[in-house]
Design a protein around this ligand. Sequence first.
Ligand code: VGL
Ligand code: ZN
Length: 223
Amino acid sequence: MSFKPALIVVDVQEDFCPPKGALAVGGGRDIVPAINKLLAMPFTLKVATKDFHPQNHVSFASNHAAPNNKPFESIVTIKNPLNPNETQKTKLWPDHCVQGTKGAELLPELDVSKVDRIVEKGKDSRVEMYSAFADPFQNPCVANSGLAEMLRGVGITDVYVVGLAADYCIKHTALHAQKEGFKTWVVGEATRAVDPSSMEEVHKEYAKVGVTVVGMDHVVVQK
Ligand code: VGL
Ligand code: ZN
């Protein structure tokens, strides 16, 4: 079987980065040199994703009533809008990556000229969408970005995931990619976590399903 790797650069956006991001991840900007190095390599396809929410998005604490509306803390139950019998518990955040705002923009230092496709996610106000592939509902899924079809369309076998945040969108995108049948790799140095203390648990989840964390020196684009 031929080896065709894709690079998925997840949510390298102003709102996830110091100094001014609404949901700034510690060291978020520091991963750009590593990501630019990867973007210079001959992956079969290079995709950048953007968290791209409408102002009325369900994950914004500002759209919920007190007392269960504390950003970074409150957990709310949301119903599948297509099937009220299916529910998900989800965390609330400060308003972030609102469509059309500065916070939603990719970092200017990211080498976007090397990116083949941009995928916007989290556009359906009714559902959270950490995975760049789809929302977490299954029965049925509510928002599919088309990413899996895009990757299969060019025969991708392996997916390398980098970007922000390691414990949310990276984790869910990597687990989803592996489940979709792509051999999935996460480049550790090219990610940062909202809560670094959660990463041990994330790595255990990866080990269980076959997602592999690699260093920059072990990224392979040709076999
Ligand atoms: C993300 C929290 C809320 C992420 C997106 O990109 O990891 N985290 N929305
Ligand atoms: Zn978001």
